[in-house]
Design a protein around this ligand. Structure first.
Ligand code: GDP
Length: 521
């Protein structure tokens, strides 16, 4: 097996979007074109089976949201593509950050009628921060869209990234006629396909083809030429280097539901996006061709009733992974044999025998792994801490039935580890932990999963705290500063009731830093 070749043909990416923009639909179609499934739609069918097996997932189903995330795999044109599913619900959870830590590029899906939405902005910021290349797909062109130029302008001004259309739409809604491929100088004609379950037949025509005006109408033909003149005259041409630096996004148009523009996107996607990048470690970048190293970016407990255990999601960062191989768990220095390794595709549990950089492997986790842990043949390798979200609302949690205290602790620990909520333990002897979240849905998920998976009915009481800051500075000063809580890693944390309280504390303690994120341990 040629390691270099396997690395070069790997593409690992995530789709980021606001709920309802069409991420699930796009995922299905990509898998269809990738030949991973017979018919688009079976992803949903599979997920439904999994939902039936897992109670907390039934909550997702009721709400029509995706809380869990898994890793899908398909082959396309000799490329081996890993698609990481990011949770798409309105309330942001840490899970999303973490998943994006394992992606080499991202596809931003926008609903062409709605443009950039709140969740797109947040997720985009995470990708931008990591400096990964971002592609854009303008979806739902079969519905009336915003003005195309306005849409592009909105992306540029709100997200601060240059746009470079690689295709261009011909009308939208009832007048949607197809897309023009700017590089191939060809028009792909749109046909509505029933349920979009099959590969769409695509008719290709030259822009100058006389027959084209007949096919799309003389007005549409004229408008297309005018718009293209503007696009090519006013916008910078696509620059691969700027794209790789995360400064420019290639823009594609289509309709995921109608399978239109999807394969055109996929063809470009594999050639434009980069293979796995070197991993940033505390000792500098690690070459993917170096001997085996993997890191844990996500933990998930109780994926199904059949498997009431914890799975650690590992991304292979370098070298060849082989099931059963012996590695060092670098945080503890312990030797581990990675024998219980499985794939994460659509909730199935198939053993994984080997994997290469960019691939995602599920490891059954008997409580050994934490987020950001490294397993490697090199015992010295460590990662910088993963970014955490800064919680904006807080609740006190306790078990309604005091005899369930042990199960309560376990549940709180495991769900916090997963990033469902953040947990803060009072250091003043008070027993009940405080939970932090960005939005209310996270508390509901927590409550639901505590009951379903740990058998604990929890009581949540809103807290008057509004802000959290991690403290840094000379240890004795931090110690002396009234310390109320610590996070799950034992780091000193302060909670505040108002911005005013925080500002006062900052003013009174010039030696201390009050950070919205914890510093590296
Ligand atoms: P997600 O929340 O981003 O995963 O979005 P979904 O893929 O679940 O899509 C949300 C809704 O938009 C569903 O009802 C889809 O059928 C619909 N949808 C997705 N793509 C298109 C499209 O190209 N055109 C139209 N008209 N509807 C679409």
């Amino acid at each position: 097996m040629d390691l270099k070749h396997e690395i070069q043909r790997r593409r690992t990416f995530a789709i980021i979007s606001h709920p309802d923009a069409g991420k699930t639909t796009m995922t299905e179609k990509l898998l269809l074109y990738g030949g991973a499934i017979q018919q688009a739609g079976s992803v949903t069918a599979k997920q439904n089976q999994a939902h039936a097996r897992s109670d907390w997932m039934s909550m997702e189903q009721q709400r029509g949201i995706s809380i869990s995330s898994s890793a899908m795999v398909f082959e396309y044109d000799g490329y081996h593509v890993n698609l990481l599913d990011t949770p798409g619900h309105q309330d942001f959870s840490e899970d999303t950050y973490r998943t994006l830590m394992a992606a080499d590029s991202a596809l931003m899906m926008l609903d062409a009628a709605r443009g950039v939405q709140a969740q797109t902005e947040k997720l985009f910021a995470v990708c931008k921060n990591r400096g990964i290349p971002i592609l854009t797909f303008m979806n739902k062109l079969d519905r009336p869209a915003m003005d195309f130029f306005e849409l592009l302008e909105q992306v540029e001004s709100t997200l601060k990234i240059k746009v470079a259309p690689l295709t261009w739409p011909i009308g939208s809604g009832p007048d949607f006629k197809g897309i023009f491929d700017l590089q191939r100088r060809q028009v792909l004609l749109f046909e509505r396909v029933e349920h979009g379950r099959e590969r769409a037949p695509v008719q290709v025509r030259d822009l100058e083809d006389e027959a084209l005006a007949d096919l799309i109408g003389a007005d549409a033909h004229r408008q297309l030429r005018e718009e293209l003149e503007l696009v090519e005259g006013a916008l910078e041409p696509f620059d691969q280097e700027a794209f790789l630096r995360g400064e420019m996004t290639p823009v594609f148009w289509g309709s995921a539901m109608n399978n239109f523009g999807v394969e055109n996107f996929l063809e470009r996607f594999v050639t434009l996006t980069p293979p796995p990048a070197p991993l940033e470690t505390t000792a500098g970048p690690l070459d993917p061709e170096a001997p085996f190293t993997g890191f844990i970016f996500k933990l998930q407990a109780n994926m199904s009733k059949a498997h009431r255990d914890r799975t650690a999601y590992m991304r292979v960062a370098s070298g060849r992974f082989e099931r059963g191989m012996e590695v060092v768990h670098t945080r503890t220095g312990r030797s581990l044999r990675l024998s219980r390794a499985h794939s994460l595709f659509a909730q199935d549990r198939e053993s994984v025998e080997e994997a290469f950089p960019g691939d995602i492997v599920g490891l059954v986790n008997p409580g050994v792994f934490r987020i950001g842990d490294v397993v490697s043949v090199n015992p010295k390798l460590r990662l910088h801490d993963f970014p955490r979200f800064t919680p904006e609302s807080f609740m006190t949690a306790y078990a309604k039935d005091v005899s369930k205290r042990k199960a309560f602790r376990k549940g709180v620990e495991q769900l916090a580890e997963e990033g469902v909520v953040q947990v803060f333990y009072p250091t003043d002897g008070a027993r009940d932990p405080l939970l932090g979240a960005v939005g209310h849905l996270q508390f509901e998920v927590f409550e639901h999963r505590m009951l379903e998976e740990y058998g604990v009915a929890v009581e949540l009481m809103s807290s008057s705290f509004k802000l959290v800051r991690w403290l840094a500075g000379p240890t004795d000063k931090v110690e002396r500063f009234a310390r109320q809580v610590e996070d799950d890693q034992g780091r000193p944390v302060m909670l505040f009731r108002s911005v005013w309280d925080l500002e006062y504390a900052v003013e009174q303690n010039p030696d201390l830093e009050f950070l919205p994120q914890p510093k590296d341990l």
